[in-house]
Design a protein. Sequence first.
Lengths: 268, 271, 306
Amino acid sequence: MTHTPHRLEVIDISIGYGDKIVLRDVSFQIPHGARVAVVGPNGAGKSTLFKALVGLLPLKSGRILIHGLDLGIHQDCVAYVPQREEVDWKFPVTVTDVVMMGRYGKLGWLKRPSRADQAIVRESLTQLGIADLEKISIGDLSGGQQQRVFLARAIAQEPHILLMDEPFTGVDITTQEATLNLLDTLRDRSVTAIISTHDLNLAANRFDYILLLNKRVIAFGPPKEVMQQENLAGAFGNSLLVMENGAMLVDECCPPDEDHPHEEVQHD
Amino acid sequence: MIDWLLEPLTYGFMQRGLAASVMVGILCAVMGTYVVLRGMAFLGDAMAHAILPGIAIAYILDGSLLVGAIAAAVAVAVGIGFISRGGNLKEDTAIGILFAAALSLGVALISTMQTYAVDLSHILFGNVLGVSVSDLWLTAILGAGILLTVGLLYKQFLVISFDPVLAATLRLPAELLRYVMLLLLALTVVVSLQTVGVGLSSAMLVTPAATAYLLTRRLWPMMLASAVIGALSSVIGLYLSFYLNIVSGAAIVLTATTFFLVAFIWKRMKS
Amino acid sequence: MKNKFAPAVILVSILLASCAPSQSISPAPQAGRPRVLASTSFLADIAQNVAGNRFVVEPLLPLGVDPHAYQPKPADAARVAASTVLILNGADYEQFIQPLLENVGGDRLVVEASAGLTPRLSSADDEHTAGDPHFWLDPSLVITYVENIRNGFIAADPEGAEIYTANADAYIMQLQELDTWIQSQVDTLTPEKRTLVTNHEALGYFADRYGFTIIGTVIPSLSSESSPSAQEMAALVDQIRASNAMVIFLDATDNPSLANQIAKEAKVKVITDLHLESLTSPDGSAPTYIEMMKHNTGLIVKGCKG
């Protein structure tokens, strides 16, 4: 059996804006169909990493390989579900319009969407339980519905890798469950899912791997390995409190201060 | 009643004026959709003045003023794209900078010219009542070309306007497309300037599209509504100019603005 | 006629006498000779004929520029500031001059060339509240210009009084000859052919003097700076059709697009190179005021003949 390259390989990348480096020396490998949670405090570089994986941000160094080939070569392999604040909800498009955009990568420059494309769009909507919202303008949707529209678009893209930026933040339980169900379906199709979240509980319990970031990779691996005090202290610094009984509390309020590097919490 | 409608049409300049302003109205309305959605509302006015150096240089070199105007509009469009690339500066900031620079350059060039055979300020901008047959053909051909390109690139323009990140994941050449859009806008401004003049062209680029935005929540109907409103404003405005003795450019703009106010109030009352 | 501008001259002399001795204008090139600036090129030429060899009269506006549309530059303010005599047409013609004068400060003699002339009323009611300023297109009225300018020069430079008077007299004779010549040319037209359609109302005094009827203007205004409505354009077309007019006369600085459409509709010609508000360069067809008037007359008579 020939060695199948890992679905996604990130090799020693450094990324940033202008002269500023936001993430440095990041390396990890994610196998087919794995479900990865990306966690870390605000400002750790999660969104920046996603922008690099999508191809929006050029690498300052290092390489990203998908199926063993450079990121730039792949057409339409990676789907991205944005944070809700990043979307212009006042733009005059309907739910169907948005989901259909996911098919544009397959259509090429001049072709119009075909019946097959329309069927795929409808199916994606049904999978997310929002088929009845087809013709509604996106501005008229609730938060959870908006989330599901972008999920539907991501599926309609038929990607190999799905990136989701904080999909569990500020949505109701129904949507959260729908999202998780969707991820299960995708896993059956061997779609790799990389999800950033602040919900450490969810990350520890429902994901195969955790990538713990704070301007660099603090840890990467199965939840049991990563969710250790040492790693969490390395990521969250003084926002982490270890209680006498061993319980650990994390306060997620603020981006880490650059001038005061986080201190290691003492073991007792 | 029919007489009343037909009487202005007995004059050739009215026929041509109507045809020109309807064409320009439609063209500006469609392109204006992008202007409104991308927050570039003073692009029309800025570009109209920014083409001044192109015309001045064309005049000094004894070339075609229209070519000079197009060259300058293209240069300004590319400049806007370049300054605002990568999202460091927003497009409206870039427009503001280039507008001031180009206008100053134009004024400086013109003031170094000691004599003119014709006064550039009169040649610069057209008038809807002064449209000749060749002007009409030029408008039709350029306008059709622009609209055809928009039709072909509809999907791509939609994506880069709505979701630049999706554009990246779909591997669309987003920067190139942005330049193309700016170029089309530049040509639209030049075409409408030559035909209907400066006050009219920048208003026609914004007002009908803004009105359509209030009326519909889908992009394609928004463009259509915008075009209809643009065309109607032109026709009604010219008739008003004929029967009520108002300057034609102002009449068209006021009509378009009235449509906007009606839509605005209607929307308010609905909610 | 001479009495009418006496008060103006007296007023101006008082102003001059009350000048503060310390002024920050640079000294004139030859001691005692004034630095004279005229607003337009035709005024500069007329004034130069009075000044003769004593000094050069510079025009403020470049050649070929429409004074109605003119926007002053900072360099203009500097030139006005450096002048000791400023010659204006007056009657609100130089719309741009007021803010310039206010900002420039200092003292100079301002000669209003048309002082004492009664403006004709125009059918166009607009911002030229002082009436029609285009007096210079009637050479007989330019005689008054010459007299005002001569008096201004004498006040500014009494030593040259005799020279200015002699030059003025000689030039006035030329103007009278020009007037006679124009009349003779116009007389070759039968009365019903003496119709005029122009860009804006510039030829009012010319029409009055030589017996022309103004059928209408493309821009219904004393200034070139506005736009007609569709109704006004249609009305002009009808008027032209109902009259004997065969030509629309445009100044070289006018935008011909509106006139072209009207002409097409009314089936008349457009003649585009009159010089009404500016001279041309020395190798052009209107390098001096007198030649400008001869050129215009030639075109008008030829155009009206058909």
